[in-house]
Design a protein around this ligand. Structure first.
Ligand SMILES: Cc1cc2nc3c(=O)[nH]c(=O)nc-3n(C[C@H](O)[C@H](O)[C@H](O)COP(=O)(O)O)c2cc1C
Length: 382
């Protein structure tokens, strides 16, 4: 198996197979089937919301590369007069810097430094992208998911329901037939904002926002994922946040950390350490949660497996799709293809290598001759 994997790694570095998950199943007896919001996926690797999912060309490239799903850039909710209470999040900023960041434990990882925030073009342009996303999803080409940041009030204020109604209604209509997947983003810039300096305020948002969204589109077949921020409080509060969410169909755990001095969001090993630690603590505490999706510093197949053992049925990456070309072992293909190549086939750190190692160490067992990725979410452990 090891020799086979080394050979696959070598040749797929020049051109990936058309259907990498099918190849893994046939060759290694590994079933990578995963889930996002109840949608079945061929494998667990998707793209998180951000600057890499802004237009139809990027979606086409990701479909071609074989990503399992893509979350569109977050749009800022508005009412029918175009008013946005979260307007400060719609700023325009193009400059991004991909750089190394040393974590508290000394490990060097990658982070993207960027001062921008949400979608900064007209809402109508976003709806055009949602139409394409609906078509791609229905055609089973690529699950593509809209993402929204809605109004978040102070404790003594009501929600601006009109923004929820107008934005959700337009997105549902643009999507077309079938179930509508939707992510609600609580972003790291929000964590760094004075709005999020009170625990009770954050907990109220988590309890009430999903219901607000559902009431905004009565009867619509919404599947709602809540993407949680890393608040500036301790792990205990982070767990409390997990437990506070009501009426969500999935939780995405957790968006980037906030650096209060540089006033930027960041990732790297500090992020995955914190996310995995909190998820394992929630597991150990027996917290009953909706299905989980991991995000944060997924830079190898091993990290995908770490998130799976922390309960995540799939993962959404951003930074690893944005590295300098020299950082990928593949020599050909789009960044999405090169990333998948390393994540699937790296002979030490890849998904296949990691699954085979879990089999050897007795953590994972074959059922009907196959190792199944989703079994890891049930098995847990570290
Ligand atoms: C430049 C940049 C822009 C992002 N924009 C958004 C966004 O608009 N909405 C959102 O939910 N997450 C956003 N994210 C977060 C990513 O989707 C992802 O969850 C996070 O970066 C952690 O994954 P990573 O370590 O693989 O980058 C952004 C991340 C980066 C680096």
């Amino acid at each position: 198996m090891r020799a086979r994997l080394a050979a696959d790694f070598e040749r797929f570095g020049r051109a990936m197979p058309r259907d990498p998950a099918a190849h893994v199943r046939e060759t290694y007896g590994i079933d990578l089937t995963a889930r996002y919001l109840g949608f079945e996926l061929p494998h667990p690797i998707g793209k998180g919301s951000g600057q890499l999912s802004l237009n139809a060309d990027q979606l086409a490239t990701d479909h071609e590369a074989g990503l399992a799903f893509v979350v569109l850039k977050t749009v800022i909710a508005e009412d029918d007069a175009g008013a946005r209470s979260m307007d400060a999040w719609a700023i325009h900023e193009t400059r991004m810097k991909v750089e190394q960041r040393t974590a508290a434990d000394g490990r060097d990882g990658w982070t993207v430094t960027w001062k921008g925030r949400g979608w900064d073009r007209p809402f109508e342009d976003y709806l055009a992208l949602v139409r394409i996303a609906g078509d791609l999803t229905r055609g089973r080409a690529l699950l593509a998911v809209p993402s929204v940041k809605y109004h978040l009030p102070h404790l003594d204020q009501p929600f601006r329901s009109e923004e929820y109604r107008y934005t959700t209604g337009r997105i549902v209509a643009a999507w077309g037939a079938g179930d509508v997947p939707l992510e609600k983003d609580f972003s790291p810039t929000l964590a760094g904002d004075a709005l999020a300096d009170e625990r009770q305020r954050i907990l109220r948002w988590l309890r009430e926002v999903p219901g607000e969204i559902r009431r905004a589109a009565p009867g619509a077949p919404l599947r709602l994922a809540i993407k949680l921020m890393n608040a500036r409080f301790d792990d205990g509060f982070q767990q409390e946040m997990l437990g506070a969410v009501r009426e969500a169909d999935a939780l995405v755990c957790f968006n980037r950390l906030w650096d209060p001095e540089a006033r930027v969001a960041y990732g790297g090993w500090d992020l995955s350490e914190r996310n995995l630690r909190v998820l394992h603590a929630a597991q150990a505490a027996g917290l009953r949660l909706p299905p989980l999706v991991g995000t944060g510093n997924v830079c190898s197949g091993r990290l995908v497996l770490d998130y799976a053992r922390a309960g995540c049925e799939s993962v959404e990456l951003h930074t690893f799709f944005q590295l300098p070309l020299a950082a990928y072992p593949a020599r050909e293909g789009s960044r999405s293809q090169r990333a998948l190549h390393a994540l699937f086939f790296h002979p030490d750190d890849g998904l296949v290598a990691g699954m085979l190692e879990l089999e050897r160490s007795g953590v994972l067992h074959r059922e009907g001759g196959e190792l199944r990725f989703l079994d890891l979410c049930r098995i847990g452990g570290q």
